[in-house]
Design a protein around this ligand. Sequence first.
Ligand code: G4P
Length: 536
Amino acid sequence: MLSESRDKREIERRRTFAIISHPDAGKTTLTEKLLLFGGAIQLAGTVKARKSARYAASDWMVMEKERGISVTTSVMSFSYGGFEINLLDTPGHQDFSEDTYRVLTAVDSALLVIDAAKGVESRTQKLMDVCRMRGTPVITFINKLDREGLPPLELTSDIENRLGMECVPLTWPVGMGSTFKGAYDIRKGELRFFSPTHGGKIREPQVLISGLDDEKLDSLLGNQAEDLRADMELLREAGTPFSRERYLAGELTPVFFGSAVNNFGVRELLDSFILLAPAPLPRPALTESGELRMVSPEEEEFSGVVFKIQANMDKAHRDRMAFMRVCSGRFTRGMRIRHLRTGRAGAVSNAVLFMARERAGVENAYPGDIIGMAGHGAIKIGDTFTEKSYLKYTGIPNFAPEHFRRVRLRNPLKTKQLQKGLEQLAEEGAVQLFRPLANNDYILGAVGVLQFEVIISRLAEEYAVDAAYEETGIETARWVVSEDKGVFEEFKSRYRQDLAVDAEGALAYLVPGLWKLEAAEERYPSVEFRVTREIG
Ligand code: G4P
């Protein structure tokens, strides 16, 4: 265990979380306001500008822009109230990919942003599936209360029914849209009045009452005072009481109401977030003997796991940035660390931390921190680094793709280059490569379709391969395993036409229609059809 209490304190004051939403719910706006309240940026508009204009602060971002994908740094660190916060963005719009899912494997909690007019939307549901799978604690921010939206109770029951978490509002809106008056802080019994404030100025809202019995409530709110009292009565009687344990178990979500663009409700959200959200949690890893053990962040030896690779940040050097979450111990500049998969050890002196406005060289990094290491290709997603021990972190999976393309080579003489290009690009993790058992096709699978365009242009640019796509008729994929050898052999021969191996040699069923999957599951109950596969 870390002996120095200073290091322990550093761990306890770290919060590493992902911000998730359906596009347009206000994720970028809220991110920006969190940075603003954290003092990491002075002006609203910074993050927004980067999003809309794909404005690039450094060369590699320009290249991303040229290639038409929006990979701004997806990690932003800032301080607030004595805590060090690492915010991980989940790329949302067209660039939705497996990376988006994988970011959720690197965090200890999530912040869900919901548009009050829309409620739970499809993308939110998908991302929340991953949170549920991992038991990730989630705080919910219902945004855009300055506009007409759904009634608050409808929003919370929508979340409960569709995302499978009980809602415990910690603030409650008074009115909405043109009648929006503010938010009532249920635990403190305070009402914060809303006043529109576009831009970067933080004006702390006035606290005008102390408790629901305060007579000022009626003169300030008129009829809405009674509505608020009735809502609170209802929540008291029928609502779920807040329990931090149940929040940490992912069973319930504290809910905040506000308007990000107006800086309203952001302070309350942040203040509760730092107190409620978990500090870096232990993570499961395999030891040399193949046993699974939980590695505590307080263990003395440094260890970390790579959850994302961003390629060709500097095209001239074909370099790649590996994003590593520090899981235990302390990382210091120049430290010698060992790359478990290759067995190679080396000093890392060029690691960077991603501050809100810039990248900074790492002097010290603690569990929960995300550091970037530039490399030339040896590092893969899911790789573990330690000082010396054998340790292999688990829980960074591949996710079943939802879109598929068959790759057709326009120049048949380039088969070798095609294979090499596809293998290398698949290693970065945004697409998966499948080779059918029944033929020599190359099938690409991805979670978001934009990845396909990126691959074709990179094949041309980086490997001089002219390729195109054909449709496949595949709807989804499942990794198949079974302990029952006899049955598995029978399954394999019956489904041979639809089976393929992925880049790691794992067997997958490329499902030509969801009803076929159901039929196969019914026919072969001893075969597991998995939606995810552990990497490595
Ligand atoms: P995203 O990252 O989740 O995709 O959403 P983003 O923050 O870009 O917000 C989407 C739109 O919603 C933006 O408007 C933004 O200004 C608006 N928005 C965010 N928070 C609030 C809020 O509290 N109230 C209201 N009324 N709107 C909000 P836009 O028209 O797309 O862009 P822009 O005109 O702001 O540039």
